[in-house]
Design a protein. Structure first.
Length: 281
């Protein structure tokens, strides 16, 4: 997955923020984080570290990346500069901490952890301090996506009949509301940049497909229609494109399509698995 790397200062800053897509790939033998340009050119490995390095979240200024990694033996949340330098462990917990999501104001990172016996949604400061649990349910709650205004968090949960459904809650954990009620799993929701829609993955048709719905759960529309996996969708900063993972070519590759599902284009073409794409803000 290609993109020219930004020349970053020690703080992770740069004079200009170039468009990039971060993704995970095991093309080097273990799962590492890469950056590429939005057209798929110039893929660069920015972790190159023993152990699994997977799902990412950009800071709102585009200068840093939060990610989960098993380089310490279990999943922890790290953050690093956009060029891969200065990787720092934020969680330091013997439980699994994963699926980071940076808040729109840059002050907090939401994440999933099973430190209390099952997967729940937590939030901590961007420095890793003051972790607070937002959900408290016997079912698994995982995966976080902040609304652009920072007031809401979408997440997935098994609390409705054992099926995965998309819920939304206030940023402090209050007012947890079910948005999807399909017979198949609905999960991995991501807010559109204007806050009016959520893209998500659903198995309601027998296999994983990408859907979009209004932010209140209405008007659920399927965007992909294949007999294979389509998922892990994420919006472009202007809301006109959706980048996603599919195995329609035999292994996981990154594609991009218009926000209405039209004109899918493959961005990666590698023998490894390329997945979890996240567009730079």
């Amino acid at each position: 997955m290609a993109f020219t790397l930004v020349a970053c200062a020690g703080s992770g800053g740069s004079s200009s923020i170039l468009p990039k897509i971060a993704f995970s790939s095991d093309r080097t033998g273990s799962s590492q984080i890469f950056l590429m340009s939005p057209d798929g050119s110039g893929p660069v490995n920015i972790t190159n570290h023993t152990g699994i390095n997977e799902t990412t979240s950009w800071s709102p200024d585009g200068k840093r990346i939060a990610f989960d990694t098993r380089r310490d033996g279990d999943y922890e949340i790290y953050k690093m500069n956009a060029n891969g330098s200065s990787a720092t462990n934020l969680t330091h917990n013997s439980a699994a901490d994963f699926f980071p999501a940076w808040s729109p104001n840059g002050a907090q990172i939401a994440f999933t952890s099973d430190r209390d016996g099952n997967a729940e949604i937590y939030v901590m400061s961007a420095s890793g301090a003051n972790p607070v649990r937002l959900t408290n349910d016997a079912a698994e709650d995982f995966g976080s996506s902040w609304s652009p205004d920072g007031t809401k968090i979408a997440f997935s949960t098994e609390r409705v009949g054992g099926e995965l459904e998309v819920f939304v809650m206030d940023a402090n954990g209050a007012n947890q509301t079910n948005l999807t009620t399909s017979a198949g799993d609905d999960f991995d929701a991501a807010w559109s940049p204007d806050g009016t829609k959520l893209v998500f993955t659903s198995r309601r048709d027998g296999n994983d497909e990408i859907y979009v719905m209004d932010a209140n759960g209405t008007n659920q529309v399927r965007l992909t229609n294949n007999s294979v996996f389509d998922g892990y969708a994420n919006w472009s900063p202007d809301g006109t494109k959706i980048v996603f993972t599919t195995n329609r070519d035999g292994n996981n590759e990154i594609y991009v399509m218009d926000a209405d599902g039209q004109n899918p284009i493959r961005l990666t073409n590698d023998g490894g698995n390329d997945q979890y794409p996240k567009w730079r803000p």
